[in-house]
Design a protein around this ligand. Structure first.
Ligand SMILES: [Zn+2]
Length: 240
């Protein structure tokens, strides 16, 4: 359909306005998002809860989380930063160590209590911060895949989170020979680090980028490095 000049002008103006709004939105996207962190001790009556109040505190925890975030954003710099307005942090009485869900971080008071000898608050803070690199990675990493049903995807998600602790300078458990590339945590973290240091720069950043664009495939390893993951794992196992 041909438009009369007046109609054309109106349509054109409307299109320009829409484009302008899109432009504004995309320029906002390019900027860093502010995230508000909160911390709450919901386990005051436990040993770990008392220790948190005496040796760590809410103010230190919030400050620490604010410092951890930019490292993760920078490490995942090939992907746009995910918008996270609020990340609440809770110390609670439960079995286990720490987990993140719905952009919240939950930390076990009993686990915290066992991180360092009584009175050694610097070790306590160091160990807590290291694990927060892991949990905060879950909040910002890309995760197109089936965490519950796909052991390979799950292993890589957990491996990247522990790898973040490693590259941030917080020691993780040493390499252990054997196992599988998709074990997650320490086993996968050391493997990712080996690929990054021997095969291709910014490997984990590239992997995370793919994990935000397409559903998980084990061939992501092949597509980024030129070698399939099982061959990489064999070579890695033979390297130490
Ligand atoms: Zn995890």
């Amino acid at each position: 359909m041909r438009l009369r000049p007046a109609q054309f002008q109106k349509t054109h103006l409307r299109v320009s306005a829409v484009l302008y709004v899109v432009f504004l939105l995309s320029s906002c996207r390019a900027a860093a998002y502010d995230t508000t962190f909160t911390a709450e001790n919901r386990a005051h009556n436990t040993s770990g809860g008392k220790r948190f109040d005496n040796e760590i505190g809410v103010a230190w925890t919030v400050n620490m989380l604010q410092e951890v975030k930019p490292f993760i954003i920078k490490t995942f710099s090939l992907s746009p930063e995910k918008e996270r307005d609020l990340v609440p942090w809770y110390l609670e009485d439960f079995d286990g160590a720490a987990y993140s869900i719905n952009n919240e971080i939950h930390v076990s008071a009993g686990w915290l209590n066992g991180l360092a000898e009584p009175g050694d608050s610097s070790t306590l803070k160091f160990e807590l911060q290291g694990v927060m690199y892991h949990e905060m990675t879950h909040i910002w990493q890309n995760n197109l895949g089936d965490y519950a049903g796909d052991q390979y995807f799950r292993g890589v998600i957990e491996g990247i989170a522990t790898w973040m602790e490693l590259v941030a300078g917080f020691g993780i458990d040493p390499k252990v020979k054997g196992g599988n590339w998709y074990d997650g945590y320490t086993n996968t973290a050391h493997f990712l680090d080996w690929i990054e240091s021997t095969k291709i720069d910014s490997f984990v950043n590239r992997l995370n980028q793919k994990m935000g664009l397409e559903q998980w495939r084990n061939d992501f390893f092949l597509e980024i490095t030129g070698t399939d993951v099982d061959s990489l794992w064999s070579e890695y196992q033979a390297s130490y």
